[in-house]
Design a protein around this ligand. Structure first.
Ligand code: 5RP
Length: 217
């Protein structure tokens, strides 16, 4: 099976978790497969909160109602992909640059359902460059602080987030303790969000493998 077929398989499997009401939807190619599956069952739920402009556009293109997060209460589920995930459900996210809104929508959900193909499951986070969203005027300062933590930050060229900020992709970090590092990165002035999702990990992982979709909790 190709990586896309694995992503499609987990997207299909996630439909079983869709409740009535409003759901949170992530960003990226796996989330896009999920949106396409959602379109097939759109009579079964009320609508969605999107984690990016791109996701909002795709949902609307399928005729799915998109709600502002401030207009809805707690969400039953948030469904999204990841760049890396461990068996402890800690993730690196933000490869698509939507990490801030993803973290906000995830925070509002009772259950985070992560969809990933088998290549995303790792023993140790950090092979994938860690995205850090930064207020533009703080870019150099934050880069120096990230270097002090042992990382090598690289500006994501030509990319501005939905929130008008820039992204530093950090390589070279040894992420032995994702909760500690996420907390430390949150303390750097000028950092809006970092792509570690460990303080609020996933609750369910639907992992696409050659042997079928595996559910991990
Ligand atoms: C976007 C994300 C995505 O979930 C992550 O990059 C995985 O993307 P894909 O499903 O395309 O592999 O965090 O900001």
């Amino acid at each position: 099976m190709t990586q896309d077929e694995l992503k499609q398989a987990v997207a299909r499997a996630a439909i079983e978790y869709v409740p009535q009401g409003i759901i949170g939807v992530g960003t990226g190619s796996t989330a896009n497969f999920f949106i396409d599956e959602l379109a097939k069952v759109k009579g079964r739920f009320d609508g969605a909160v999107a984690s990016s402009e791109a996701t909002a556009q795709r949902l609307k293109s399928h005729g799915i109602s998109v709600y502002e997060l401030n207009d809805v209460g707690e969400l039953e589920i948030y469904v999204d992909g990841a760049d890396e995930i461990t068996k402890h459900m800690h993730m690196i996210k933000g490869g698509g640059g939507a990490l801030t809104r993803e973290k906000i929508v995830a925070a509002c959900a009772k259950q985070f359902i992560c969809l990933a193909d088998a290549s995303k499951l790792v023993d140790l986070l950090g092979n994938f460059p860690l995205p850090v969203e930064v207020i533009p005027m703080a870019r150099s300062y934050v880069a120096r602080e990230l270097a002090k933590l042992g990382g090598q930050p690289r500006l994501r060229e030509g990319f501005i987030t939905d929130n008008g900020n820039v992204i530093l992709d950090v390589v070279g970090l040894t992420i032995m303790n994702p909760v500690e590092l996420e907390t430390a990165l949150n303390q750097i002035v000028g950092v809006v969000t970092n792509g570690l999702f460990a303080l609020r990990p996933a609750d369910v992982l639907l992992l696409g493998t050659a042997d079928g979709v595996k559910t991990m909790k």
